[in-house]
Write a protein that binds this ligand. Structure first.
Ligand SMILES: Cc1cc2nc3c(=O)[nH]c(=O)nc-3n(C[C@H](O)[C@H](O)[C@H](O)COP(=O)(O)OP(=O)(O)OC[C@H]3O[C@@H](n4cnc5c(N)ncnc54)[C@H](O)[C@@H]3O)c2cc1C
Length: 326
């Protein structure tokens, strides 16, 4: 394996945090195999965004800059990604596990005739080639997958790979890649873009997530969760039961049909730990659960469990964190 190509799908916004994570993962794989790391930056007005990418591990930066890439469009991004993949000649292509990456990866895999693995959380070198590691059965087991096609596409779950410490002395070659993006040939029509409203840090990017479930009993206690999340530099999440009850917006939902997250710390408060919820937190590094039922399944995955009524525990926890912050 000679080259690993990571993708940054930027639109007209800044580089996503996943770019640095993919570069870190790509660098580890390439270094183990004596290979190279390429980064494709697709978007509009890309020039000003690539300053620190060499320091974070890129050997070559392939820029596809087009007004047609200002907002995500499947056909435009497919054309750009194919052009970058051809220009790179990479064997392994890594895409971010956000909405854009999950949409683009299978299209790209199909057009490159490449095998694809989705929802990967790790990359492992092995004697029979690179292994893609992904949770299966709602996170109850990990599958290690090798791909037999020459080119391999993987979608990496966000926050599953570690960015490397920047090395300002590193340099990268920058290559402008022309992509044939012709809107008249687009097979998909995008009728609307609805931006998710977020205040503060995004759930997917948050190092700390404080989540509440049906056990909170209503929307009011979420204010305490918001304060705790803010003090810890994190975001608020929720179980589907809390979302379905209308206590918090759907953008907060964690789980199989919500967001899949991998924070350093996950606090589950009044959440039973149904398998569909757990599917969203298999990447969490430390899980703390507060639940009054000691038989709740969440305790099966929690690293720290508090069997108590959250109304007794949460005020003290808040007090301690406020004091520590002060
Ligand atoms: C196809 C499908 C997809 C789904 N996708 C998702 C998903 O993405 N995310 C998701 O979360 N769910 C999902 N679900 C729903 C899931 O099965 C559960 O119903 C849901 O996660 C339960 O939410 P909960 O833990 O908040 O509520 P409950 O299961 O009702 O648990 C509430 C918990 O709060 C505890 N509690 C009650 N009062 C207190 C108190 N005062 N102090 C402390 N603890 C207290 C209880 O002991 C209990 O354990 C999905 C279901 C299906 C069928």
């Amino acid at each position: 394996m000679a080259k690993v190509l990571a993708f940054a799908l930027t639109g007209s916004g800044p580089l996503p945090q996943s770019t640095y994570e993919l570069l870190g993962g790509a660098r580890a794989v390439a270094d183990a195999a004596g290979g190279q790391v390429h980064l494709a930056v697709l978007g509009a007005g890309v020039a000003g965004k690539i300053g620190d990418l060499a320091a974070h591990g890129a050997d070559r930066i392939l820029v596809v800059d087009s007004e047609h890439l200002a907002v995500y469009h499947p056909d435009a991004y497919l054309a750009a990604a194919r052009a970058a993949a051809e220009a790179s000649g990479a064997d392994v292509l890594l895409l971010p596990g956000d909405t854009r990456g999950r949409d683009l990866a299978p299209r790209l895999g199909y057009h490159l005739r490449a095998g694809i693995v989705t929802d990967c959380v790790a990359l492992e070198a092995s004697p029979d080639g690179l292994r893609f590691v992904k949770p299966v059965y709602g996170g109850k087991a990990m599958a290690r997958i090798t791909v037999r096609t020459d080119r391999k596409v993987a979608v990496m779950r966000q926050r599953s790979l570690d960015p490397r410490a920047p090395d300002p002395s590193r340099r990268a070659e920058v290559l402008n890649v022309e992509a044939a993006i012709d809107p008249s040939t687009f097979r998909t029509q995008v009728v609307d873009h609805i931006s998710e409203e977020t205040t503060g840090i995004r759930l997917e990017d948050a190092p700390v997530v404080v989540s509440g479930g049906r056990g909170l009993g209503g929307p009011e206690p979420f204010k305490q969760l918001e304060e705790l999340a803010r003090l810890l530099g994190g975001a608020v999440g929720a179980s589907r039961a809390a979302v379905d009850a209308g206590w918090v917006p759907p953008s907060c939902q964690v789980g199989q049909t919500g967001k899949v997250i991998g924070p350093d710390l996950y606090l589950a408060i009044g959440i039973s730990g149904a398998s569909q919820h757990l599917a969203g937190i298999t990447g969490a590094k430390t899980i703390v659960a507060i639940n009054k039922d000691e038989q709740a399944p969440i305790f099966g995955v929690a690293h720290i469990g508090v069997v108590a009524d959250y109304r007794e525990v949460l005020p003290h926890l808040l007090e301690e964190v406020r004091a520590a912050r002060a």
